[in-house]
Design a protein around this ligand. Sequence first.
Ligand code: NAP
Length: 291
Amino acid sequence: MTATIMDGSALARELEAAMKEEVKALKNSGVSPKLATVLVGDDQASKVYVRSKHKAAERVGIATLNNTLPGDISEGELEKALSELNRDPEVNGILLQLPLPGHISPRRMTDMIDPRKDVDGLTTANAGRLVYGESDLIPCTPRGVMELLRRYEVRLRGAHAVIINRSSLVGKPLYHLLLEEDATVTVCHSRSEGLAGITSRADILVTAVGRRPAFVVTADMVKEGAVVVDVAMNRVEGKLLGDVDFVPVSEKASLITPVPGGVGPMTVTMLLRNTIIAARRQNGLIVEVAG
Ligand code: NAP
């Protein structure tokens, strides 16, 4: 079997084109979605991510505001900056770029964000709603994975999905989303025993480890005909690689995401999706979204 590539870049472009029209229509009815980002310190990777989020927002007509704060800022000062954005009626979405400097609690600061403006879906309130299947501000990466699975018509009901990751950003929300779609979900992590035995029974395998070369998903870990979604981003000798040993695994899988060009672009697009949802909700408009 040679896998079909799940083209996240193409899907992201397609969704962005639709969102551009949606934003135009919203503006005509007096609603101008606006996304505020908060970047603390000068982590180079974070700067690149924030810039790409701004560029994407601009492509679809979402206004942006960037707050860059010094790395030695106190929690109190950051709280104040977030409270101001919470109060700003023009700001619909707030994204606090993680990681934060070590002296600042990411949990406490994330929870400062008004859940209605929490476009990363990481506040305690929205994480709780997700457990109840009631949230529409869903973390962007899991939302992007679900959107890819839907677009490629992957059967979820009754399928065995295995996720290698238990973080609050990826594995835990994805577990709930897949469960909601009637998949049977197994979550693995660094302490899981017999990992290859578990993954090789997966109809859908999602990996998000990011520890190359110590961790690689090899072909023997993958079931014939499986759907393989690679969330990870590893920098190896200047190249961006996922967790998956791509060529041999794609000879076994039925569908596979590339890195780059798979989940990454979908994550950014889902941030735009969440910003539009937040803007609609805050203006009392109906929210109709798939994914
Ligand atoms: P993280 O919090 O470090 O999570 C990594 C997960 O991998 C943890 O659950 C960890 O287990 C597990 N793990 C580590 N070594 C393992 C091993 N040998 N066997 C099995 N599991 C192992 O990182 P994250 O923030 O979730 O991100 C994970 C990866 O996804 C990174 O490469 C990141 O860059 C990428 N990512 C990509 C996007 C995107 O848009 N494409 C978005 C977010 C993240 P423990 O819990 O036991 O430590």
